[in-house]
Write a protein that binds this ligand. Structure first.
Ligand code: PHE
Length: 458
């Protein structure tokens, strides 16, 4: 593929590089910060089961759809739809993806910034001397400059990696950090589940309580699956456009989904049992889980745990790494779009994307301070971006993507793409296409519509 500036289109160099980058995108604050949060708010084990069902039934098919769209078109999320369905309004799905990238990165960079603050507090030893963790979090997050400074640093590091390109930036960064992350999570989760009293937490996670399930729970599980797998907004269309033609896309999608789900489960095993172990008898929901769960309850756990300060440094380090390998994938969606559609250089595209997203990001960060009383639909800017992006925008995006592949791209083009022009044979290909064409759209559609009518949109 020749680009406008006569260079070969950048691509991932190896199969492991593709997995590292895509799993790097998937594994993030969604797994470690958001997952325990929504799980504890929505019935523990029952939520987990629904979640796993959605990963298999909807997650993998949507991921595969995105990879195949991007690799076929060799373009960004917006350009891909324009190229594969010229003269139709399908490009709007790409536009929705770009807008969603703005919404996600804005609030995500707030939380990613908090992880840096906590990493700093952990490494300087300050965190182990805090008496009131709730107050510590509230004092910090309600400030103006300090959270903004960390958010700025996150956006800066993200921009530097994205600016360096696919092979030399994103692939290199994630190939080194993802294995480190996996080892650290295993280590901390092992510590957590071997604490005395941790079994109550493990039970809470794995024993389903169906009475806690409502339509909203189902929507939240679907939204969380979409958010965690990075599907529904074109991240994986963009990454798919950098995947080489001989890659087995179905295998790659399955490996990424398994990695992401295992890490979400390990992360819950890291967070929830530790909380139970240190506040025995308490039910997690009564610990008022909010955005601060990981920043309030967990640091308390670390404080009372043997070797806790060491584990808190590890934990906040791994959280920062997980966040950064995801922020780069969201920024790349917008950068690829600006670069290819507006014919900007990578540097200029990165600068414009990062600065404009940061403007919205500032509003998200200040939602905990000077803008905490500024609400839309009774939610702060942060809460609105968090709720709307995962539960509405990504869900809707995922729905449109499967409809696109199932009904517009069609069976022969899709099978041709995932079988690498017929060179791979598998009985699964037709089955996945069937899910994409019939099952996934119906399932996503029913959940979205039912939730809307039964509970209202928020
Ligand atoms: N999947 C990421 C996480 O779990 C967040 C994300 C969402 C990244 C959408 C890209 C696109 O943290």
């Amino acid at each position: 593929m020749i680009e406008n500036n006569n260079q070969i289109r950048d691509s991932f160099g190896s199969k492991f590089g593709v997995i590292a980058a895509a799993a790097g995108s998937a594994v993030g604050l969604g797994n470690i910060w958001r997952f325990p949060l929504v799980t504890t708010q929505n019935g523990g084990g029952a939520f987990l089961l629904l979640y796993i069902g959605f990963v298999i039934l909807i997650g993998i098919p949507v991921m595969l759809s995105e990879f195949s769209i991007g690799r076929r078109a060799q373009l960004n999320a917006f350009g891909s739809f324009k190229k594969l369905a010229p003269g139709t309004p399908w490009f709007l799905v790409g536009s929705l993806g770009i807008i969603t990238a703005f919404a996600i990165l804005a609030f995500y960079s707030t939380v990613a910034g908090w992880t840096l603050e906590y990493f700093a507090q952990a490494i300087t030893g300050k965190l182990s001397h805090v008496n009131d963790m709730q107050k510590n979090f509230a004092d910090f997050s309600s400030q103006t400059y300090r959270p903004l400074m960390w958010q700025f640093i996150i956006m800066l590091v993200t921009s530097v990696v994205v600016f360096a390109g696919i092979k030399k930036g994103i692939e290199k960064f994630t190939k080194i950090l993802m294995p480190v992350l996996a080892v650290l999570i295993l280590f901390v989760a092992f510590r957590s589940v071997t604490l005395e009293g941790a079994m109550e937490g493990v039970k809470y996670l794995f024993v389903p309580n169906w009475s806690a399930v409502s339509f909203k729970t189902v929507l939240m599980a679907l939204g969380q699956a979409a958010f965690s797998l990075s599907i529904g907004m074109g991240t994986l269309i963009t990454y798919g456009s950098y995947i080489q033609k001989d890659n087995h896309l179905l295998r790659t999608s399955t490996q990424v989904a398994i990695t992401d789900t295992s890490i979400a489960i390990l992360a819950s095993l890291m967070v929830i049992p530790a909380i139970f172990a240190f506040s025995p008898g308490s039910d997690v929901a009564s610990l008022s889980p909010g955005p601060g769960l990981v920043f309030e309850v967990l640091p308390d756990v670390f404080k009372s745990m043997p070797g806790g300060s060491f584990f808190s440094v590890l934990f906040f380090f791994l959280l920062s790494v997980a966040a950064l390998t995801s922020t780069i994938s969201v920024l790349e969606v917008v950068v690829a779009y600006l670069k290819e559609e507006l014919k900007l250089s990578r540097g200029m595209a990165t600068l414009i994307a990062a600065v404009s997203i940061s403007v919205l990001g500032v509003l998200a960060t200040l939602s905990f301070g000077v803008m905490k009383d500024f609400t839309i639909f009774e939610m702060t800017v942060f809460d609105l971006l968090n709720y709307a992006s995962a539960n509405i925008m990504l869900t809707f995006g995922a729905l449109l993507i499967v409809i696109f592949v199932g009904w517009r791209m069609g069976k022969s083009d899709f099978i041709n793409e995932i079988s690498n022009q017929g060179s791979l044979k598998s009985n699964l290909f037709k089955g996945v296409y069937f899910i994409i064409r019939y099952i996934a759209p119906v399932a996503i559609g029913i959940i979205a519509i039912a939730t809307f009518f039964i509970q209202g949109i928020v």
